[in-house]
Design a protein around this ligand. Structure first.
Ligand code: ZN
Ligand code: ZN
Length: 196
């Protein structure tokens, strides 16, 4: 029996409004949430410039990042450092292979209009893959989050341009959290177990 992985103590419905960390996840079913801008499900605050973010212009990345930090679950991943256990594999495989993994992961988890585990396809586990953390931090974890943060309709496959944009957004997180991962030459040479 494989060892059961420990879950992180955070859920996408959590909020800490007193600390300006809200939850904007719409409670309405998919068909009704098409055009309504998201407000905090707890306090009703609406500090996010959704129209601007929904243009998906990478030049607005710093506005996107500061906005993401106003949602509690995103703030959690931006605030906390990635453990060494999680970090060592990406540092070993190097940037180029990690870039490939990011692309594959995005396609697999949110590329299609329907995922059989929609809402659950990106784990929330301790010492997990930093790509998963990046997805939670940047609201690229599931199609509902992609919808209300990035303004892409649910229930249709993502276009290549949309995947390219979301990939850049993911790297805004990974570049901050894995600063040693500058390039392929820089990768960590060690005998650490790659199978981990
Ligand atoms: Zn709130
Ligand atoms: Zn999500």
């Amino acid at each position: 029996m494989p060892k059961k992985r420990e879950k992180l103590d955070i859920k996408c419905t959590d909020f800490k409004c007193a600390e300006d960390e809200h939850c904007f996840s719409p409670k309405k079913p998919p068909k009704e949430r098409r055009h309504s801008p998201s407000i905090c499900t707890n306090c009703g605050a609406s500090p996010i410039e959704w129209d601007l973010l929904h243009k998906r212009d990478i030049n607005n990345i710093s506005i996107l990042v500061s906005s993401l930090k106003k949602e509690h679950i995103r703030a959690y991943f931006w605030r906390n450092d990635i453990s060494w256990v999680s970090k060592r594999r990406p540092l070993m495989i190097g940037r180029q292979r990690l870039e490939k993994k990011v692309r594959l992961r995005l396609k697999k988890s949110i590329g299609l209009g329907h995922h059989f585990r929609e809402g659950q396809q990106t784990p929330l586990l301790r010492d997990d893959d930093p790509i998963h953390y990046a997805q939670h931090a940047t609201a690229t974890c599931c199609r509902k989050c992609v919808f209300y943060w990035h303004g892409i309709p649910e229930e249709r496959d993502l276009l290549q341009a949309e995947l390219d944009y979301l990939e850049k957004v993911i790297w805004a997180y990974l570049n901050v959290k894995l600063p040693d991962l500058l390039n392929e030459e820089n990768r960590v040479q060690s005998e650490l177990d790659l199978s981990l």
